[in-house]
Design a binder for this molecule. Structure first.
Ligand code: 3NM
Ligand code: MG
Length: 511
C-alpha cells in the first residue's frame, strides 16, 4: 500500500496540549483539513481506554481513507484493526512486531541518529520518524536535538543504502518552519516524505485550519529558498556579469535593513550609501513586517547580542523569510561565549539564511566542526590548509542549502557546488573596526538586487568592496587606518559611479 506521509499527525491526550477538547473530534477535523496519516499516541491511559479511543479513531480514519497507526501498543493495534504501529527505541523490537502483525502492517520506527536509522532501515521498517528536530515541550525526555543538519545526515546515509524507506521529521515543527525544514533537509538524492506534528494541530484553536495550512505549506518550496542557479561554473562568465549587477544596484537602490551591532551602525550606513543602497538601521523586530515588503535585504549581525535582540532578530528573519527577502547572517564572535553559541543555534532553528558570512572561527562554530584541534582557549588557532578551508565552506553551504562566505586573507565562497577563493582586499581592512560587518551590509544589498544566483550576487559585493579597499590603500594621501576609512568610502562611491557609466575598468583588479 502506497502511503502519503506528507502530513503525519501524532496525537496527544494531555491537558497541556489537547485541553478539554475531544480527541476524536480534533482528529476528524484534522483529517478533514488534510492530515494524511494518524498515529494514536497516548502514554498514560489504560489498555481498555486505549482500545475504546482507538476504535473511534479507526472509524474516523477509515471513513476518510487515512491510515491509522498505534504508538507502542501492538495489541491495541490488533484489537482496533489499525494499519500498523509506531515503535520508539524503547518499545517492542521491529522484528517481533513484524512477526506479530504480518507483512502488510505499516511499522514505523523513531530514529534519533545514524545508527538507529540504519538498524531500522535494514530491518525493513516502513518509515522512520526522524527527530527530535527542534526542542519541544510536547515530549518528555527527548534525546538530542538534531536540527535540519541531523535530519539531512540521516537522509544522506539512507540514500547510500538504496532503500525504499519513507521518512518524516518530528519535533517542534509548525507552520513557520515546515517549508524550510523540508527544503534544508533535502539530501542530494532524496528529501523527506513529510513532517509529523503534535501540538501544531492538536493544540490549535482550529485543528482543521491548522492542518490545511500545514498541508499547503509542505507542498511549496519558498521562492527565497529555491536552489542556486549552479549551472554557471565559469569564472570569466561570472565576472562578466558583475559590472551590470553593480550598475543595477545603483539604479534600484535597494533597502538594506541592518540589525547590526552598536559599534558599526554609522559605518555600515555610510558604506551602504556609498555603494548605492538605501540603508536603514532598525533593531526592532516588529518593524521588519513592514520593511520586509519593500524588496530589500536584511542583515542580522549578532555582534552585540542581547536577549531582546535575539527575539527581535527572530521576528525580522521570519518576516523576510515569509516574503522571500534575502537574509544575511553574520554570527560575530560565534564561538566566543556560551550565549553566542546558543544564539547561533536558536537563530538557525528559527529561520533560513540565504548567506552566512564569518571568519574561520565563526564558520567552524556554525558548522560545529573544527579544522584544527583547538588548544585550550587559543581562539586564534588557524589552519593554513587552503583546500581544507574550501571544503569546510562548501560543506556548510551544502548542509544549509545556502551560500557561505569565510573571510580571511583569502576569502572562500561556496553555494555547496561552486567554491571560489578570492584574494582581493587590503591589510588596512584588518586595522579598522567593522570591515567584516560592512562587507555583510554590502553583500546583503547585492542579494536584494540580484536574486537569480546568490553566489554571483555575493561575488559582486565582495569584489566591489575589496577592490575599493585596494584602491584606497594604494592612494598617496592614505597614511594609515585613519586616513584609509574616508578614502575607502570614496573608492566605493567611485566604483558605483563608474559602474553607472558602464565603466568596468575597476574589475580588472579581481583575482
Ligand atoms: N517524538 P510537537 S518529538 C512524539 O523526537 C514525539 O522522537 C519525538 O511534538 C521524537 O510536534 C515528539 O508538538 C513530539 O513538537 C513532537
Ligand atoms: Mg514510544
Amino acid at each position: 500500500m502506497a502511503i502519503d506521509y506528507s502530513l503525519y499527525l501524532v496525537t496527544d491526550s494531555t491537558q497541556a496540549i489537547l485541553g478539554d477538547k475531544d480527541l476524536a473530534s480534533v482528529v476528524e477535523a484534522a483529517v478533514e483539513g488534510g492530515v494524511t496519516v494518524v498515529q494514536y499516541r497516548d502514554k498514560k491511559s489504560e489498555t481498555a481506554d486505549l482500545i475504546r479511543m482507538g476504535k473511534r479513531l479507526r472509524a474516523i480514519t477509515k471513513k476518510h481513507n487515512v491510515p491509522l497507526l498505534i504508538n507502542d501498543h501492538v495489541g491495541v493495534a490488533q484489537a482496533v484493526g489499525a494499519d500498523g504501529v509506531h515503535l520508539g527505541q524503547e518499545d517492542m523490537d521491529l522484528g517481533t512486531a513484524q512477526r506479530i502483525l504480518g507483512p502488510d502492517a505499516i511499522i514505523g520506527v523513531t530514529a534519533n541518529n545514524l545508527s538507529e536509522a540504519v538498524v531500522a532501515a535494514s530491518g525493513g521498517a516502513s518509515y522512520l520518524g526522524i527527530g527530535t528536530v527542534y526542542a519541544t515541550p510536547t515530549k518528555e525526555n527527548t534525546k538530542s536535538i538534531i536540527g535540519t543538519a541531523g535530519v539531512k545526515r540521516i537522509l544522506d546515509r539512507l540514500s547510500t543504502m538504496d532503500m525504499a524507506i519513507s521518512t518524516v521529521a518530528i519535533g517542534g515543527l509548525n507552520d513557520s518552519n515546515v517549508q524550510r525544514v523540508m527544503f534544508q533537509s533535502k539530501a542530494p538524492s532524496k528529501g523527506l516524505d513529510g513532517v509529523a506534528v503534535v501540538s501544531a494541530i492538536i493544540a490549535a484553536q482550529d485543528p482543521k485550519a491548522a492542518a490545511a495550512g500545514l498541508r499547503s505549506s509542505i507542498g511549496k518550496v519558498p521562492v527565497s529558498m529555491s536552489p542556486n542557479a549552479g549551472e554557471n561554473q565559469n569564472v570569466e562568465t561570472l565576472l562578466s556579469q558583475i559590472p551590470r549587477i553593480v550598475k543595477e544596484l545603483g539604479v534600484k537602490s535597494p533597502l538594506c535593513h541592518n540589525m547590526t551591532n552598536l559599534v558599526v551602525q554609522n559605518f555600515a550606513a555610510n558604506v551602504a550609501l556609498c555603494i548605492g543602497a538605501s540603508p536603514i538601521m532598525a533593531n526592532y523586530g516588529e518593524e521588519a513586517k513592514d520593511l520586509a515588503g519593500l524588496g530589500g535585504a536584511l542583515v542580522v549581525n549578532m555582534g552585540t547580542v542581547t536577549p531582546d535582540g535575539l527575539t527581535n532578530y527572530i521576528s525580522a528573519i521570519r518576516a523576510y523569510n515569509e516574503v522571500g527577502g534575502p537574509v544575511l547572517f553574520d554570527p560575530v564572535g560565534a564561538g566566543a561565549t556560551a550565549v553566542r553559541r546558543q544564539s547561533v543555534k536558536t537563530l538557525m532553528s528559527n529561520g533560513y539564511f540565504d548567506l552566512i558570512k564569518g571568519n574561520e572561527n565563526e564558520i567552524t562554530t556554525v558548522l560545529g566542526e573544527s579544522l584544527v584541534q583547538q588548544k585550550g582557549v587559543d581562539m586564534g588557532a588557524s589552519t593554513t590548509d587552503e583546500s581544507a578551508k574550501a571544503q569546510l565552506v562548501k560543506k556548510l553551504a551544502a548542509r544549509e542549502r545556502n551560500v557561505v562566505l569565510m573571510t580571511g586573507k583569502t576569502d572562500y565562497l561556496s553555494d555547496g557546488e561552486r567554491t571560489y577563493a578570492i584574494k582581493n582586499g587590503h591589510d588596512y581592512l584588518g586595522n579598522i573596526t567593522g570591515s567584516g560587518c560592512t562587507l555583510g551590509t554590502t553583500i546583503a544589498a547585492f542579494l536584494a538586487v540580484h536574486k537569480g544566483d546568490k553566489l554571483l550576487a555575493a561575488l559582486a559585493g565582495i569584489l566591489m568592496y575589496e577592490i575599493a579597499a585596494e584602491q584606497a590603500g594604494e592612494r598617496e594621501d592614505v597614511k594609515g587606518p585613519g586616513t584609509f576609512v574616508p578614502a575607502f568610502l570614496d573608492q566605493l562611491y567611485r566604483i558605483a559611479q563608474s559602474a553607472s557609466k558602464d565603466d568596468s575598468e575597476w574589475l580588472r583588479a579581481a583575482n
